[in-house]
Design a protein around this ligand. Structure first.
Ligand code: NAP
Ligand code: G4F
Length: 334
């Protein structure tokens, strides 16, 4: 039985990856941060087994604490480590650049150093990002497209990307970068634009709110489904040789088109509800991302199974259920 550690297990991708690895028969450990409130809602179904059998095991840890990472690795001796933990919000990274660099850049280095010291270092996956392409120099973007980061978040991810390559080349670690383009799901954090839209549109439909405040509607993203993307992460670590891969759908759509899709599905006209709030503009924006995942298709045999329309509808359906329940509770309490 393989043993894996996932950092960022309480996040969107961590929860899907934990599910996938457990399904494949892995023993899975998740690193979780101490929080003053519950932060495990995405993984509660994975460790609260009805027969009290621990399935996913949780260990306290933080990417800002190198000693802790070392002891977790030495105690568990995993075969594979997936580094998904990050301050992952691009807009927030402009407000908290140093914290973002500490977690997203130095955090990866702490982990790589801890791995390097091990007698038998596990295979390592680094969550790189299409955000690194920033002010893109070509479209579509491939593994060979130069990076031009446009945010503190992207700069930190570029640092981690190159450290991962360097530890592979200098110390022979089996270390891979997955350059993942935006991927979404019903478990997406509520402040990322897709989820913000599906949540607000469904609450508007249920009469729970009347406005949606957004920033730049013209930005274009290559949006895929998180459940598909975690499969690519696991596949990368099963290859004979470590390498870096772009994971994307190859299609790009604007925020405006996402609004059309979601509000249209609910028979609403978004123009009646959306208000532009400059608070959501970024000091520097990434205008267009569109990935070319040919290498992953060829080498990993990976391909996306959910397209833009299906993704928008899947997220809208899930949020409609939540909004409907919220309305019923409100009516009941009147
Ligand atoms: P997410 O939902 O924001 O999850 C981030 C996870 O990291 C959470 O579990 C969070 O814990 C944890 N975390 C944050 N700071 C930490 C620290 N200092 N120490 C330990 N854990 C920490 O992000 P996601 O969408 O699942 O993305 C997963 C990874 O892929 C991230 O590295 C992200 O930057 C990268 N990525 C995402 C996308 C995308 O479109 N989703 C695309 C490319 C790359 P809490 O739950 O306690 O906050
Ligand atoms: O949903 P977003 O916040 O995602 P962004 O900035 O592309 O970053 C996500 O994808 C990256 C991969 O490329 C990941 F590495 C990163 O961790 C994260 O998961 O914003 C998408 C676009 C942006 O252009 C933003 O300016 O939507 C625009 N936008 C317009 N109004 C908004 C809003 N974004 C947010 N979050 N909130 C708004 O109100």
């Amino acid at each position: 039985m393989k043993r894996a550690i996932i950092t960022g297990v309480t996040g969107q991708d961590g929860s899907y990856l934990a599910e996938l690895l457990l399904k494949k028969g892995y023993e899975v450990y998740g690193i979780i941060r101490r929080s003053s409130s519950f932060n495990t809602s995405r993984i509660d179904h994975l460790y609260q087994d009805p027969h009290n059998q621990p399935k996913l095991r949780l260990i306290y840890g933080d990417l800002t604490d190198g000693g802790n990472l070392s002891s977790v690795l030495n105690d568990t001796q995993p075969d594979e480590v997936y580094n998904l933990a990050a301050q992952s919000h691009v807009r927030v990274s402009f407000d908290q650049p140093i914290y973002t660099a500490n977690t997203d850049a130095l955090g990866t280095l702490r982990l790589l150093e801890a791995l390097r010291m091990m007698k038998k270092p596990p295979r390592f996956y680094q969550a790189s990002s299409s955000e690194m392409y920033g002010k893109v120099v070509e479209t579509p973007q491939t593994e060979r497209t130069p990076f031009c980061p446009r945010s503190p978040y992207a700069c930190a991810k570029v640092y981690s990307h190159w450290q991962t390559v360097n530890y592979r080349e200098a110390y022979g670690l089996f270390a891979c970068n997955g350059i993942l383009f935006n991927h979404e799901s019903p478990r997406r954090g509520e402040t990322f634009v897709t989820r913000k839209i599906t949540r607000a549109a469904t609450r508007i439909k249920e009469g729970l709110q009347d406005k949606l405040y957004l920033g730049n509607l013209e930005a274009k993203r290559d949006w895929g489904y998180a459940g598909d993307y975690v499969e690519a992460m696991q596949l990368m670590l099963q290859q004979d040789k470590p390498d870096d891969y772009v994971i994307a759908t190859g299609q790009t759509y604007s925020v405006r088109q996402f609004l059309d899709e979601v509000f249209g599905y609910l028979d609403l006209d978004w123009h009646n509800y959306v208000v532009i709030d400059p608070k959501y503009f970024r000091p520097t924006e990434v205008d267009l991302l569109q990935g070319d995942a040919s290498k992953a298709r060829k080498v990993l045999g990976w391909k996306p199974t959910v397209d833009f329309k299906q993704l928008a509808r899947m997220m809208t359906d899930a949020d409609r259920n939540i909004a409907r329940n919220e309305r019923l509770v409100k009516e009941h309490n009147k």
